[in-house]
Design a protein around this ligand. Sequence first.
Ligand SMILES: NC(=O)c1ccc[n+]([C@@H]2O[C@H](COP(=O)([O-])OP(=O)(O)OC[C@H]3O[C@@H](n4cnc5c(N)ncnc54)[C@H](OP(=O)(O)O)[C@@H]3O)[C@@H](O)[C@H]2O)c1
Length: 293
Amino acid sequence: MIRGIYMFVVIGATGSVGRDVVKLLLEAGDKVAAVTRDPAAAALPAGAHVVYGDPSRPGSLTALPDRVEAVLLSPRAVGGAGRAAAELLSLAAARGARRVVVLSAATVEHPAGERRFAEEFRAVEQAARGSGLEWTFLRCADFAANALAWAPQIRATGVVRGAYGGAATSPIHQRDIAEVAVRALVDPGHAGRAYVLTGPRSLDQRDKVRLIGEAIGRDLSFQELAPEQVRRAMLAQGLPEDVPDRLLGSLADYAHNPGPTTDTVEQLLGRPALTFAAWAADNTAAFTAPARS
Ligand SMILES: NC(=O)c1ccc[n+]([C@@H]2O[C@H](COP(=O)([O-])OP(=O)(O)OC[C@H]3O[C@@H](n4cnc5c(N)ncnc54)[C@H](OP(=O)(O)O)[C@@H]3O)[C@@H](O)[C@H]2O)c1
C-alpha cells in the first residue's frame, strides 16, 4: 500500500473511538472518508473527506470513494445488524477494500449481561468473516468514556447513584482503542486476529467515582440503589428499555465475576495501557463545567 493514496473509511466517525481514529490517520498523512448521518453537525477534523450516510442503510452511502484500503466498522453505527454490515462491506470491497477492523466487545469472548447484546456484536463479526476481506476484531472492555454518563450527577451533587457499586471491569481509554485500530487498519499483519482490549486494572464503580474525584479535586461518593430503582429512573428520563437492560445485565454479572484484564494493548503498542485516572484527568472539564440550565 502506498500511504496517502488509498482511503480509510471510518464508519462511526463521530463516536469516541472513530473521531480519534480519523485524527490519527490524518496526522499520519493518510486519506480518510468519515461517514456520518449529519455532516453539518459532525465537526470532523479539517482534511477528512466527510461522507453522508446512515450505515444501517448502506445504500445511503452514495459518495463512498474509490480506492478504499480498509474499513473501521462500528457495530452500533450499523444498528448491530449483520445484514447491514455485510452489505456495507460488500460496497467497500467493490471499491477495493482489503481489510476491515470491527470495534467489537469483550462480552463476545467473556460473556456478561444479556446474550442478545453479545449476539449483535457476533453478527457483525460474522459479517466481517464472510465478507472476503481480511478482518481484525477489537473486542473492547467497557470504554472509560461511559463514565461521562455520571457527569451531570457529579457536577450537580457530587454523588453518583447507581446499582452494583462492586461491579468491576478494566475500563479502556478510547485513545488506546484508536491507536490499536489504526495499526490494524494500516498493517495487514493483524489479519485474522481477535484482540481482547482492556485497561490496565480492574476497578469497581466506587473506585471509578473516587478516581474522578481525585482528578477534579473533589470528594465524590457512590450511593447504592436497587437495580429496579435505576431502571425506573432511566426510563423516566426517556431512555429506551435497551439502555437499562444492557447496563444492569452486565453490571449484575460483573458484580460476581469481574470483567477480563489483558495486557494486549501494551503488547501491541509497546507502552502500558492508559489508566482510568489518566482518562479522568483528560476529561475534568466534563465533570466540573457548570450544568446547563
Ligand atoms: N461503550 C462501550 O463500553 C463499548 C464497549 C465495547 C464496544 N463498543 C462499541 O464500540 C463502537 C464505537 O463506540 P463509540 O462510543 O466510539 O461510538 P458510538 O457512539 O457508539 O457511535 C459512533 C457513531 O455511529 C453513528 N451512528 C449511526 N447510526 C447510529 C445509531 N443508530 N445509533 C447510534 N449511533 C449511530 C453516530 O454518528 P453520526 O450521528 O455522526 O451518524 C455515532 O456517533 C460501538 O459500535 C460500540 O457498540 C462500545
